[in-house]
Design a protein around this ligand. Structure first.
Ligand code: OFO
Length: 167
């Protein structure tokens, strides 16, 4: 059985994951309108992964006797300046997500909920990889700058990058 404080913080995390999915969906839609096919497909997949993260939490909360709440979604931005802007946003967002996950983990320790603590380790590991991937992509984009040929190749090569999924 989940204690109320843990249930509340897991429900907040459900909202974070749902809004991550929504944010990346908006990025994917922008990239699609600009003809970046590789980036579009990467971001649609990333958005799907975040929805999976949300679902995993929903199932866990309900299995442990709590009630997972399907959250309201914030309206994400419609327009982005460029690909670097997208991936800087993505990295900043993932850093915020990591902070939120760490808060859940802290609370688990405070309340000695070792089962949820164990469950959350999947998210802790996932965040390390997601942040590292976003940093690698941003570094590549910084090297490319405004070079159109470089951006074309980047858009093609990103199709080969696997989004972390510790399943
Ligand atoms: Fe990348 O955020 Fe989910 O956990």
């Amino acid at each position: 059985m989940l204690i109320k404080a843990i249930e509340k913080s897991l429900n907040e995390q459900i909202s974070v994951e749902a809004n991550s999915s929504q944010f990346y969906l908006a990025m994917a839609s922008w990239a699609e309108t600009k003809g970046f096919d590789g980036v579009t497909s990467f971001l649609y997949k990333h958005s799907d992964e975040e929805r999976e993260h949300m679902l995993k939490l929903i199932r866990y909360v309900n299995e442990r006797g709590g009630h997972a709440v399907v959250p309201e979604l914030k309206k994400p931005p419609k327009v982005f300046d460029c690909l670097s802007h997208i991936f800087q946003n993505l990295l900043d967002h993932e850093i915020m997500v990591t902070k939120k996950i760490n808060e859940v983990v802290d609370l688990c320790l405070k309340h000695k909920d070792y089962t949820t603590h164990n469950f959350m380790q999947w998210y802790v590991a996932e965040q390390i990889e997601e942040e590292a991937l976003a940093r690698t992509i941003l570094d590549k984009l910084k090297l490319i700058g405004d070079d159109k040929g470089g951006l074309y190749l980047f858009d093609r090569d990103i199709l080969n990058i696997k989004i972390p999924n510790n399943n």
